[in-house]
Design a protein around this ligand. Structure first.
Ligand code: BDP
Length: 600
């Protein structure tokens, strides 16, 4: 799905700001036709932002079900004669869009954009009443899954098996845009290079333009056209190509123009980085050079805004990544805002791009006294859940396939993978990533309880990612034993599998400001010592090609006896100030990168 933009033929209007807001406590909004008239409310919600922590009312924070957003929008006169679309960058987890009371779009899946052609419902120059209803409910058939229960006190509650808090609402931008009736609907770019010569193959899908011609120009950062081609599917040859490299990004503009005789029908510009990604034995190659991932599993998470996208936070997060010497991150545990992906492209940060399939592991329930259900079964992950996962994979690749920063697709985080049902459940999704994108390796993120002699999904993927907490959840406060166990375990994995292994989580909860001369857990000293122990282990194994600490920053979680107002495994506090461990990482990652080939 192409992102909307302004061009010679396209207009774009951003609809962020304050929207009228009403929580549907009595589940009446649909039947009472709330979308057809002005919402009866005296509160407003900021868009983009999760709504949960904008207000002081705990009932709003904990609400389970629909909330309603509404505003008036004047359709610009410049849209005359064109198709008008409304686009929602995300509605967590289900969104319904209404124009003047008429439902025009519905979408399930909280971290993906969706849109509707509303041309037939609007008149240019006139105002419309735009309403978006958003539902935060997670069931066993959504990705991520969850379950709504009624508490002993009779209150409806949302339960789920992932750690991060279930922030909801309109956390990303809303747009109104126009495109010509005949337009470029999609573009897929695949890049390669040989010596100094780059190639950019593009495939454009054009809607409604029978006799039109497609012309492509590749423009360098100085504004010079370096290659041209004709046709909806063609390859541009780039002499003296400047590669997109980790830490040293170079982006070309691919300008596509559809013409009919002398008439410009449509124009669209896509940023393109020329680079290759490949797995060879136990190495992960970017531009044919071994790449070592340093960085973090992250979260879209900030005070007040929750998962709300904010460009100031974006810039600062990337500044902090650079400061600490990180060259990569994983979009744990859901796809991030498209602005984040663009910024990663621009700044040469490498991304492992993950679906929202987290919490498909019922042992996380029974561990804390919850019901003991099988992970896969009619009442838990069933065919509908699997269909939702396949949809999540399709949408993720459709959205992010052209980002040079994305080097790998992660299908799931910490699912139960040691039983045949897991193979049946995940194999189609893993194969789907290869079918939709043969140019990038795939992976899944393995949980500690499903080691090399148990996990059945590991043989299916190109790269194995491990989340390990030796010295935290296991061998707690005993780093010496943790080190022995960790070395043993990695021996097992590397002897069994000749594929690259990335450690995608290792971390220790740490209260900023807590200190201990004895390196006791929760102190800043323990976190630093814990990381150093892990690094000694990683350095023994050439097949370990990356380390991403859990987590970049402290973040909000569902309440739990292991959580002190959230997860404190951040190397940075929630407001992005360094704990002692940040300096440990900074020292290591800077020397590590100096030792490795350029860009590593
Ligand atoms: C892993 C999860 C992650 C948690 C983390 C933790 O992948 O989402 O936040 O552990 O416990 O199980 O801190």
């Amino acid at each position: 799905m192409l992102r909307p933009q302004t061009s010679a033929t396209r207009e774009l209007q951003n609809l962020d700001g304050l929207w009228q807001f009403k929580v549907d406590f009595k589940e009446e909004g649909f039947n009472a036709g709330w979308a057809a008239k002005q919402l009866d409310t005296d509160i407003q919600a900021a868009v983009p932002a999760s709504y949960n922590e904008l207000f002081t009312d705990t009932k709003i924070r904990d609400h389970v079900g629909w909330v309603w957003y509404q505003r008036k929008v004047r359709v610009p006169r410049g849209f005359a004669g064109e198709r008008t679309f409304v686009r929602v960058d995300s509605a967590t987890h289900e969104g319904a869009v209404f124009v003047n009371g008429k439902e025009v779009a519905r979408h399930v899946g909280g971290y993906m954009p969706f849109q509707a052609d509303i041309t037939d419902h609007v008149t240019v120059g006139e105002e419309i009443l735009l309403t978006i209803a958003v539902n935060n409910v997670l069931t066993n058939e959504t990705i991520p899954p969850g379950r709504v229960v009624t508490s002993a006190a009779g209150v409806k509650q949302q339960t789920y098996l992932h750690d991060f808090y279930n922030y909801a609402g309109l956390a990303r931008s809303i747009w109104l845009y126009s495109v010509p009736a005949a337009h470029i609907d999609d573009v897929t770019v695949v890049t390669d290079f040989e010596g100094n010569t780059g190639s950019v193959n593009y495939k454009a899908v054009i809607t409604g333009a029978g006799s039109a011609t497609v012309k492509a120009a590749l423009v360098d950062e100085a504004g010079a056209v370096v290659a041209t081609a004709e046709g909806a599917n063609a390859t541009l040859t780039v002499p003296n190509v400047k590669l997109w490299q980790p830490g040293n990004a170079y982006l070309y503009d691919l300008v596509l123009r559809v013409t009919d005789g002398d008439k410009l029908v449509d124009e669209y510009t896509l940023k393109v980085g020329v680079r290759t990604v490949r797995v060879a034995g136990n190495q992960f190659l970017i531009n044919n050079e071994p790449f070592y991932f340093t960085g973090f599993g992250m979260h879209e998470d900030h005070v007040t805004k929750g998962k709300g996208h904010d460009n100031a936070f974006l810039v600062n997060d990337f500044e902090v990544l650079k400061w600490v010497g990180a060259n990569s991150f994983r979009t744990s545990h859901y796809p991030y805002a498209e602005e984040v992906m663009d910024y990663a492209d621009r700044h040469g940060i490498v991304v492992i791009d993950e679906t929202a399939a987290v919490g498909l592991n019922q042992s996380f329930s029974s561990m804390f006294g919850g019901p003991k259900l099988p992970t896969y079964g009619p009442e838990t992950a069933n065919e509908k859940t699997q269909a939702a996962l396949l949809q999540a994979v399709r949408e993720l690749i459709a959205r992010d396939k052209n980002h040079p920063s994305v080097v790998m697709w992660s299908v799931t985080n910490e699912s139960e993978t040691g039983i045949q049902e897991a193979v049946d459940f995940f194999k189609p999704a893993i194969e789907l990533t290869r079918e939709l994108d043969p140019t990038r390796p795939n992976t899944y993120i393995n949980v500690m309880t499903q080691p090399f002699d148990k996990c059945l999904v590991a043989p299916l993927v190109d790269v194995i990612c491990l989340n390990r907490y030796w010295g935290w959840y296991e061998d707690h406060s005993d780093l010496a034993s943790a080190e022995v166990h960790w070395v043993d375990e990695l021996k097992g994995w590397t002897e069994k599998y000749d594929v690259p292994i990335v450690i995608t989580e290792y971390g220790a909860d740490t209260m900023a400001g807590a200190h201990s001369i004895h390196n006791l857990p929760w102190s800043e000293e323990y976190q630093a010592a814990y990381l150093e122990m892990n690094h000694r282990v990683f350095d023994l194994f050439p097949g370990v090609v990356g380390e991403q600490v859990w987590n970049f920053a402290d973040f909000q979680t569902k309440p739990g006896i292991f959580r002190v107002l959230g997860n404190k495994k951040g190397v940075f506090t929630r407001d992005r100030q360094p704990k002692a461990a940040a300096h440990t990482l900074r020292a290591r990652w800077n020397t590590l990168h100096n030792r490795k080939p350029a860009g590593n």
